[in-house]
Write a protein that binds this ligand. Structure first.
Ligand code: FES
Length: 104
């Protein structure tokens, strides 16, 4: 059985095209709003312990600020080297303007 979704912020707290780091229940999330969509992937780069939310968002990816690997915001998969492992990706639901994440 999956865990119930957890509220992490309001949609209004997120700036379009920018990443926000949110720590919740032991998970470190990189949360990005693109228009009316919100994505959440693991904030810790799979190449080294660097915060992806400090990187630049382009198209539907975020670039690690340290060595430049881009990660797909939909899947957490790396799109360029040097990172080769995916970061976690989390399902997001928006309920009445509140952003909910499934942490399981
Ligand atoms: S620390 Fe992210 S690509 Fe190296």
């Amino acid at each position: 059985m999956s865990e119930p979704a957890v509220r992490i912020c309001s949609l209004a707290d997120l700036t379009d095209g920018e990443a926000l780091r949110i720590d919740v229940e032991g998970h470190r999330l990189c949360v990005v709003r693109l228009d009316s969509e919100v994505y959440a992937i693991g904030d810790r780069c799979s190449h080294a312990d660097v915060s992806l939310s400090e990187g630049e968002v382009e198209d539907c990816a975020i670039e690690c600020p340290k060595h430049g690997s881009a990660f797909d915001l939909r899947t957490g998969q790396p799109l360029s080297l040097p990172a080769v492992r995916a970061v976690p990706s989390y399902a997001i639901e928006i309920v009445e303007g509140e952003v909910m994440v499934e942490l399981s």
